[in-house]
Design a protein around this ligand. Structure first.
Ligand code: ANZ
Ligand code: ZN
Length: 947
């Protein structure tokens, strides 16, 4: 037999498949499957081994689907606009279109050498004017429908790349591409109103099958927030301060207001402000700080009071100071905050730092407990009582003084009711003395403010509503007096180690105080009962949200973190935005019949120093006629961001050559939505959101048949360089897939990348391990020598069926590594036999074919088959043949598990008993006893009861 020669086999079959058009998708009356991968950016460095990992994965899925009877579309194309190509053009003077053509040529050849079952007839290229004509057309529809607009705004400006960046392209205040510190620059920008779709982009995630982590990322990015808009009148002014709050229930706890330093209101209030010089300086100093620096949880917040400005509380009419502070952002909510330091951590820290008032208005409320005795009883009345709680620390021993309530089941600190005219603190001190005898204690601090507890008090036989407050004390010395028996009859005093307290305490009141003590946090951010809020006292805080909003004449509101999408770039290599600026008519869209607006050839690709696009310098192109009045007009010179073309490419695949529409209704109806889209986690927030937005817009225009583009979305981990770093040219650690294909073959590379580790995790490349994958394929090849027409053994039949099941399920769950390893195990077992049954071997080949399409096709042909293995039905397993051979029985004697043993699966009670009663560790429990009863649960338990 010939040796396994991948160099011959692989190109041979690639040619045959190409000719026979097996992977060309047609719109047929047959169930369809549309599998999608993120189309690559054809960079100058060629295909990355990471591309191969995700492409192979979807290739396997698509190949399996075809063999399950689906009509499959697995397309490929180029997301080819972008900075690296443009920067290369700047350096070399070579036109980006030419560079792109060269790079896509390289990518195409590389992808073809890997045997992916792409439908190459549907290739798309976002930089092809026939393609971007439709990108421009969709933009014009957005313009027509009020979703595209121009706005002067401070954009993120990279002083090195001379380009405006979207927020998402700024990483830790620096340019995503070059790492330079980003500056703010005012510029007229094209914007897309994605925020108009924010609610649907959030809500409709319920209806798609995306990985949970992907949904979470989308939701976080959209940042839906339900709350209320409330307002405060400014004294001696017509102005109002409007605030957005998620906690209107805390309105009575507002002790000051904070405006964003950039807020227009600050300018409007200038006449009232007495310290304007300082305010102005504060605002100017902030200009160089990024949003992230300003709002990061761990950064200290600072602010300054607007002296002379005072606001009126809408309900209490109290006068409140007004501040500006860095942590309040101009473009979120209303750009102003009502500060509630008792219930918001940021406000709390701020109030502590500047000595501002703190007023508690929500009491934590506990009514469930670990101790079932405390459950409220409907037959008992509720008696309300003020209660003091104390934790007493002995610093010498690091133990806390506690009470063990014996039969009542409580384990608490010191606890007791207030007497007539007494306050919480005095009651706490008195109770410590009376209940424990320790007389010399000092107050350290309050713990957590007012809290409410509703429970059944067994020692008094009533339901109790406790309004309590807790304190921390330290023992000054260990001097003690006699305690009164009446005071101590229900409990004993115990000292508990500090590190045992958390698990020892079982009263909610104390568990809460313990948390406050341990975390040092005196600000309660949860929900509970309203206090210190006039007529609303006693209400559930959740209920109070609506009520207070009404009382204060506010409005319920939903706010989103998502911002509108900055859609212009001042660069050459992007889709020209298809409008003109007419001296008379203003902004006028190009007529649809005149699309595409194509990119002119230029000599110099450098952005102009003003930051205009290089297009601005080409007068012949810029100067044009107004489509409306035929008068003089100038073309828009901004281009679209490289997220534009990728927002709809999956639609173009449905009908890539159409010159009348972006795709025909008929084809879109057939192929959309995409059944399964796999891509990187780095595209989960932006690309995924942008394309869902465009799709919904087109759906609203009735141009696509579904409201969501992708039914299912999964993600892959990256392939890292050896040692775990990112592969990069500068580090010289990039693996060239061409070398690997040449040396060991595409099939080996595919197997290696599937076997290297869990698909959703990033894995480091290890050249040494490739040999193992190659050896596996060689062994599969060698098995041809020992096949014959023999019957399979029972064991092999079981293993074969299990392998079919495993590989089938693993592919669906993207567990390609375990699928591959079970194929390896099967091949091992075949090697152990003298003659391998042809039938069994063929099943191995059929399962292996999606992973290693060339070698399996070659062997298949060697075996005499005329039709391609990739057209064979996907194997199905026989459920009867995969019952596991052995099962474990537990023998219980009088309710206690005594022995376990293994027996053939499916054994009867009689068979199990026979074996069990021969085991010494079973019979020893039965000596001299009468068996009264036996119970049997198949494949699990044999229970024996004796007298
Ligand atoms: C009063 C309050 C009391 C608040 C309380 C919270 C807790 P999310 O959930 O992220 O939407 N806020 C509102 N606008 C802001 C802005 N422009 N810059 C910074 N912070 C702003 O956050 C909403 C909360 O963030 C709002 O609710 C407001 O503080 C603050 F116990 O109002 B809250
Ligand atoms: Zn005009």
């Amino acid at each position: 037999m010939k040796n396994y020669d991948h160099k011959k086999i692989e190109p041979k079959w690639q040619k045959i498949w190409d000719k026979s058009k097996v992977n060309i998708a047609k719109e047929k009356s047959q169930k369809k499957f549309y599998g999608l991968i993120e189309f690559p950016y054809p960079s100058g460095s060629g295909l990355h081994v990471g591309h191969i990992r995700s492409n192979t994965a979807m290739d396997i899925i698509c190949r399996k689907r075809r063999r399950e009877g689906y009509n499959v579309l697995y397309p490929i194309g180029w997301d080819a606009f972008g900075l690296p190509t443009e920067n290369y053009a700047i350096k070399t003077g070579i036109q980006p279109a030419i560079v792109t053509k060269k790079n896509t040529g390289i990518f195409r050849k590389q992808l073809k050498s890997l045997g992916f079952s792409f439908d190459w007839s549907r290739e798309v290229d976002t930089t092809d004017p026939k393609y971007y004509k439709w990108t421009q057309w969709i933009f014009l529809q957005m313009l027509k429908n009020g979703l595209a607009y121009k706005k002067k705004m401070a954009i993120n400006w990279c002083p090195k790349d001379l380009i405006g960046l979207a927020n998402e392209e700024v990483i830790n205040g620096c340019c995503e591409r070059c790492g330079t510190q980003v500056e703010k620059k005012e510029k007229e920008q094209w914007m897309l109103a994605i925020t108009k779709y924010a609610d649907r982009l959030d809500k409709d995630l319920d209806n798609v099958n995306f990985l949970e982590k992907i949904k979470i990322q989308q939701r976080n990015w959209i940042g839906r927030s339900e709350g209320s808009e409330l307002w405060f009148n400014v004294r001696n002014s017509e102005e109002k301060i409007r605030v957005f709050t998620t906690r209107p229930d805390t309105l009575f706890g507002v002790t000051y207001l904070v405006l964003s330093p950039e807020s227009n209101l600050v300018q409007k209030l200038k006449p009232l402000i007495k310290n304007w010089k300082e305010i102005e300086k504060y605002i100017n100093d902030l200009k160089n700080k990024t949003e992230i620096e300003r709002t990061a949880v761990d950064k200290p917040k600072n602010g300054i009071q607007l002296l002379g400005v005072e606001a009126k509380h809408p309900l209490t009419k109290e006068i409140l100071p007004v501040w500006i502070a860095d942590y309040v952002l101009a473009n979120y909510g209303t750009g102003a905050v009502m500060a509630v330091p008792a219930h918001d951590e940021r406000d709390f820290k701020f109030a502590k730092k500047y000595g501002l008032k703190i007023k508690q208005v929500i009491a934590p409320f506990f009514t469930k407990s670990e101790n079932s005795q405390d459950k409220l009883r409907s037959d008992k009345e509720t008696v309300s009582r003020k209660t003091a709680y104390a934790l007493v620390l002995n610093k010498k021993t690091n133990k806390f003084l506690c009470l063990d309530w014996g039969k009542f089941g409580w384990r608490s600190g010191i606890i007791g009711g207030l007497e007539e005219g007494e306050n919480f603190r005095d009651a706490a001190i008195r109770e410590v003395k009376e209940e424990t005898g320790y007389i010399n204690i000092k107050l350290i601090k309050e713990l957590g403010g007012e809290q409410h507890n509703h429970f059944f008090a067994a020692h008094k036989d009533i339901n109790r509503y406790g309004i309590g407050q807790g304190f921390l004390f330290e023992l000054i010395d260990e001097q003690k007096k006699e305690t009164n028996e009446e005071e101590t009859k229900n409990h004993t005093t115990v000292w508990i180690d500090a590190d045992k307290m958390e698990s020892w305490l079982n009263l909610e009141a104390f568990k809460y105080m313990w948390q406050v003590y341990k975390t040092g946090q005196n600000c309660f951010t949860g929900t509970g009962k309203i206090i210190n809020s006039g007529e609303l006292d006693g209400m559930d805080s959740e209920e109070a949200k609506k009520k207070i909003t009404e009382l204060a004449d506010g409005e319920e509101k939903v706010t989103y973190k998502l911002k509108d999408w900055v859609f212009s770039r001042q660069r050459y290599w992007g889709e020209p935005i298809p409008v003109v600026h007419c001296e008379k008519c203003g902004i006028v869209p190009i007529a649809e019949k005149d699309l595409p607006v194509t990119l002119p050839k230029v000599k110099n690709y450098k952005p102009t120093e003003t930051g205009e696009s290089p297009l601005a310098a080409i007068e012949k192109w810029v100067n044009t006629k107004c489509p409306k009045c035929r008068g003089k007009a100038k073309r828009e010179t901004d281009t679209m961001p490289n997220w534009a073309g990728s927002s709809w490419y999956y639609l173009r695949y449905a009908d890539p050559k159409n010159s009348k529409e972006f795709a025909s209704k008929k084809n879109l109806k057939y192929w959309t939505a995409v059944d399964w889209y796999n891509g990187g986690m780095e595209h989960t927030t932006l690309h995924l959101l942008y394309s869902r937005f465009w799709h919904k817009f087109l759906f609203d225009l009735k141009l696509v048949p579904t409201s969501e583009p992708y039914q299912k979305r999964t993600s892959h981990g990256m392939v890292l360089a050896e040692g775990g770093e990112k592969m990069s040219k500068s580090k010289g650690n990039v693996i060239n897939p061409d070398e690997v294909v040449k040396n060991v073959g595409a099939d080996t590379l595919r197997i290696y990348e599937m076997f290297m580790g869990p698909f959703d995790q990033s894995i480091a490349w290890e050249t040494n391990n490739i040999a193992g994958s190659r050896r596996f394929l060689e062994r599969v090849w060698k098995l041809q020598e020992k096949i014959g027409k023999v019957a399979s053994t029972d064991n092999l039949t079981i293993l074969l069926n299990k392998t079919i099941k495993k590989v089938s399920e693993d592919i669906e769950e993207m567990r390609f590594n375990t699928a591959t390893s079970s194929l390896m195990i099967l091949a091992n077992e075949f090697e152990k036999t003298d003659i391998t049954s042809i039938k069994d071997y063929e099943i191995l080949l059929k399962l292996l074919a999606p992973f290693a399409p060339h070698i399996t096709e070659e062997i298949w042909a060697n075996l005499g088959h005329k039709k391609s293995i990739h057209l064979e039905k996907w194997p199905v397993f026989d459920p009867k043949k995969i019952v596991s051979e052995m099962t474990t029985i537990v023998v219980q004697i009088n309710g206690k598990a005594r022995v376990t043993f293994d027996i053939k699966a499916g054994s009867t009670q009689a068979e199990v008993e026979e074996k069990a009663l021969k085991i010494g560790d079973v019979t020893k429990w039965l000596v001299g006893k009468q068996i009264k009863k036996k119970m049997f649960i198949k494949e699990k338990i044999l229970a024996i009861i004796t007298d």
